[in-house]
Design a protein around this ligand. Structure first.
Ligand code: SAM
Length: 266
């Protein structure tokens, strides 16, 4: 019997209703391929395999990975390793995938950033999050939960809540509540960015010090006063506002303008 390892965020799901909700939200089609991160002892994996679709599962825990391999399931391809250290371009060999996972809480943001870098390889994501992370993903501007994660993910994904999950759905029960979300790539993204890296820099800069004004936050992120003041005038955004009051579209406008300047000469 495997003893759950805390350092790998092992809270195993046993609630059949939650598993039903995850499978139903995945809305599997006959040509889907599935990526599961952290299959663990395989409660969700068994449900995924029951669809008859191919499943690629990445597990960091060697013992659990080896036990899954020993099942010799024809449609199951197990990779043992840290999903954050793998080369995703190599991992995602036959896109598009549906990423279905009961993610360990400590890596969920990093997984989302990886997904962002490879978002064209995904058809849909159905993922378990700590409740607070779910709230950040779904937040509206101006709210307490609105932050970097919101502004980086919402331009590209429609996000819907699938089901709330209490601690008792897991063994051992975590100390926090959870939520399953469904993220679907938008056919028409909310932003048309000239330079995504620069957009991320603006967003990260704007939220780096939440109590500072937008102007001071961006000054602290390396832009000169001349450049950012010009961008504020041209976008009509008040530099005294705080980052969390900006709509996604306003971050986009600011980033596109900044990328249109020849920063090398400033
Ligand atoms: N899917 C199983 C379930 O629903 O019961 C297990 C979920 S448990 C919350 C998270 C799983 O992710 C564990 O099996 C853990 O070993 C694995 N894991 C943790 N960090 C990982 C990483 N960096 N890469 C791959 N798997 C990881």
């Amino acid at each position: 019997m495997h003893r759950p390892r805390k350092r790998f965020g092992q809270n195993f799901l046993h609630d059949q209703h939650v598993l039903d909700c995850i499978i139903s939200a995945a809305d599997f089609q006959k040509d889907d391929r599935i990526l599961e991160i952290g299959p663990g002892p395989g409660a969700l994996t068994s449900r995924l395999l029951a669809t008859g679709l191919p499943v690629l599962a990445v597990e960091i825990d060697r013992d659990l990975g080896a036990a899954l391999e020993a099942r010799e399931e024809k449609k199951l391809d197990v990779k043992i390793g840290d999903v954050l250290r793998l080369d995703w371009a190599e991992l995602l060999q036959a896109p598009p995938y549906k990423l279905i996972a009961n993610l360990p809480y400590n890596i969920s943001s990093q997984v989302l950033f990886k997904v962002l870098d490879h978002r064209h390889a995904f058809r849909r994501l159905v993922l378990m999050f700590q409740k607070e992370v779910g709230e950040r993903l779904m937040a509206e501007e101006g709210s307490r939960n609105y932050g970097i994660l919101t502004a980086l993910i919402q331009p590209w994904f429609q996000i819907d809540r699938v089901v709330k999950v209490p601690p008792g759905a897991f063994h051992p029960p975590p100390k926090v509540d959870s939520v399953v979300l469904c993220l679907e790539p938008l056919t028409e993204p909310r932003l048309a960015l000239h330079d995504e890296a620069l957009y991320r820099k603006v967003v990260r800069g704007a939220f780096a010090q939440r109590r500072k004004t937008l102007r001071n936050s961006l000054l602290g992120s390396g832009w000169s006063a001349e450049v950012i003041d010009k961008a504020f005038v041209e976008t009509g955004i008040d530099p005294r506002r705080r980052g969390e009051t900006l709509k996604i579209e306003e971050f986009g406008a600011l980033a596109n303008l900044l990328s249109s300047y020849d920063l090398g000469e400033q």
